[in-house]
Design a protein. Structure first.
Length: 106
């Protein structure tokens, strides 16, 4: 994936989590030719699916990239990842874990 993805820019401090809508708009306007939206954003299929159904998980997705954890671990162990903990409360984290299990991603 390109070093210009949304996730990469978040990790480098060149974008904030709130900027995701701007990246989606840029993709719709033709940026990232030949890339799927998830690729343009810098997400795996699993991360993209989770984000579509649970947008509040975006911090956990970025944290998984930052710390090199599998997404399941990033959601499961929020206390180890302050960026994820800012957005997900325990109920949301439980919902996400249930979703990951129901969709057989873990």
């Amino acid at each position: 994936m390109s070093q210009h993805t949304f996730v990469d820019k978040c990790l480098n401090g060149d974008a904030d989590l709130d900027d995701i809508d701007d990246f989606v708009q840029a993709w719709h306007e033709g940026d990232g030719p030949g890339l799927e939206l998830r690729e343009f954003l810098g997400m795996t299929r699993e991360e993209y699916g989770l984000w579509l159904e649970h947008p509040t998980c975006l911090p956990a997705i970025v944290a998984a990239h930052r710390f090199g954890f599998p997404l399941f671990e990033a959601v499961k162990d929020l206390s180890a990842m302050p960026i994820a903990a800012r957005a997900l409360n325990p109920e949301e984290a439980a919902d996400v874990l249930n979703w990951l299990k129901q969709t057989r991603r873990v």
